[in-house]
Design a protein around this ligand. Structure first.
Ligand code: AHR
Length: 510
């Protein structure tokens, strides 16, 4: 039986907000093979003079990443930044307790900044509020950003970096509400520490943009209370509160329909955090709006990859941890998670796909071997390429389906972005129906005549579990679909079952 169409109206006057380029950020943590034997592998045939793999850098550029959060993650809660600077041969080897791994410190702060410059990404640095505090955060800031004439800025210059690193965005710790975190804190404890750290950092530079830790997940028992307590204390000191979420289809799971609908969770979570921020803002009578930094998000099948090296390996170097091989279904969901964030682009102005290389990542590498794109690479790269400009309001009238986890949900999950400079309009759409195609009808109101379809890119296929691997790196790739067209100011397209779609429109004359 044919599915009835999903419909919505697009009007350039009805805007959600401007897409902040920081929405297309990612995350590099000292974890598993993200850094070591990932983006950094001296001795690899593709390594440059500093040990960075040129083939990996090329893929990162193609992915369209705009910011990179560093150095963790759980790792940052035991991070000693001073171990990671100066002559590499003098840097200490340490136990990383978060991931029970060996940290050689051969890749450190200077190497990270070098990596950012080579990939043209903005660094987003986290300070350690687990085992450390205010003084250490300020010392790191001085080392990184002060031009010179003070002890630590001069130390950076002596280490060969005359120009300050100019890091503007700083995270005040990581997931401090999580009992697994080194230095885990109660909401009141973290709130005070975050406020004191933020105040001191702003005494160094009032223009810094600071991210307070929100909950480490929507499902945390302290969600809501945590955000309210933290913001009550440091509303005027920070610009952002963080959100983290991961979605897995674990061993033994059978409910693919709920998994494919996890974009609902992203939107409910965002709405919950926005409500909490605005509640505190109203209570404090502040004209300021707190923005959301969704600085860890991805598909993560925790049951499908180890979280620590085997005990007999002790503190292992670059162990294979959190290495998920992503499927077509995972990629379609990734697209839907991006749609969920874009639909709230007025408040989600920073986000980080966690992570970038090997560890729950869009890019995989083999030591001494090739690098390749996972399935989730494609929706991210396409969104980063075409999802720039203003997000327009999309209120779909869509057939619905019942899911165990989220109740009734629309089969269509969609957003649209218009670039006023070029007149381009791009519709991003996911069909959540696992079995049936979904006809799409979009009324194009207020654009005048002349919009036409440039291309309709699709990620779909017969096997939801199809993956890209070392042996078959191109099994799942986007294709160009035919049939999408504008006629009489209505865009019509067919969305194949369980698919991610990018429908690009432009003016006929351009
Ligand atoms: O991204 C992997 C881990 O997930 C991060 O280190 C931590 O912040 C989160 O729990």
């Amino acid at each position: 039986m044919h599915q009835s169409p999903a419909r919505f109206t697009l009007d350039p006057a009805f805007e959600i907000g401007e897409v902040n380029p920081r929405l297309y950020g990612s995350f590099v943590e000292h974890l598993g093979r993200c850094v070591y034997d990932g983006l950094y592998e001296p001795g690899h045939p593709q390594a440059d003079e500093t040990g960075l793999r040129k083939d990996v850098l090329e893929l990162i550029r193609e992915l369209g990443v705009t910011t990179v959060r560093y150095p963790g993650g759980n790792f940052v809660s035991g991070y000693r930044w001073e171990d990671s600077v100066g002559p590499a041969e003098q840097r200490p080897r340490r136990m990383d307790l978060a991931w029970h791994s060996l940290e050689t410190n051969q890749f450190g702060l200077a190497e990270f900044i070098d990596f950012c410059r080579k990939t043209d990404v903005e660094p987003m640095m986290a300070v350690n509020l687990g085992t450390r505090g205010v003084e250490d955060a300020v010392r790191l800031l001085e080392y990184a950003n002060n031009p010179g004439g003070t002890e630590l800025a001069d130390l950076r210059i002596a280490h060969g970096a005359k120009e300050p690193y100019g890091i503007r965005m700083w995270c005040l710790g990581n997931e401090m509400d999580g009992p697994w975190q080194i230095g885990h804190k109660k909401p009141e404890e973290y709130a005070r520490l975050a406020r004191e750290t933020a105040s001191a950092m702003k005494m160094v530079d009032s223009k810094l943009q600071l991210v307070a830790c929100g909950s480490s997940g929507f499902g945390m028992p302290t969600f809501g209370t945590w955000e309210a307590t933290v913001l009550n204390e440091c509303y005027e000191q920070v610009e952002y509160v963080s959100l983290h979420s991961y979605y897995g289809f674990e061993k033994g799971d059978t409910d693919l329909a709920s998994f494919m609908s996890c974009g609902e969770d992203v939107e409910r979570y965002i709405r919950g955090v926005v409500a909490t921020c605005d509640h505190i803002g109203a209570k404090l009578k502040s004209p300021k709006k707190i923005m959301l930094s969704y600085d860890e998000w991805n598909v993560w099948h925790a049951s499908r990859s180890p979280m620590a090296p085997p005990e007999e390996d002790g503190f292992a170097y670059a162990p294979r941890l959190l290495e998920n091989t992503y499927s077509l279904a995972d990629a379609v969901l990734t697209g839907s998670l991006l749609i969920g964030m874009l639909r709230h682009a007025d408040r989600v102005t920073s986000a980080s796909l966690a992570q970038l290389v090997n560890v729950i990542a869009p890019i995989m590498t083999e030591p001494g071997g090739p690098a390749w794109k996972q399935t989730i690479f494609y929706p991210f790269a396409q969104a980063s390429t075409y999802g720039r400009g203003r997000v327009l309001r999309v209120e779909p009238d869509s057939p619905r389906q019942d899911t165990e986890r989220f109740g009734e949900v629309d089969l269509l999950h969609a957003t649209a972005v218009t670039d006023d400079r070029t007149g381009a309009v791009t519709v991003f759409a996911v069909n959540r129906d696992l079995e049936r195609g979904l006809p799409l009808e979009v009324e194009l109101r207020g654009f005048g005549d002349g919009l036409r379809v440039v291309e309709h890119l699709v990620l779909d296929g017969d096997d939801p579990q199809a993956c890209n691997t070392l042996d078959a790196p191109d099994r799942v790739t986007p294709r160009t679909a035919t049939g999408a067209a504008v006629s009489g100011r209505v865009l019509r397209a067919e969305l194949t079952p369980m698919s991610w779609n990018v429908i690009r429109l432009t003016r006929a004359e351009s």
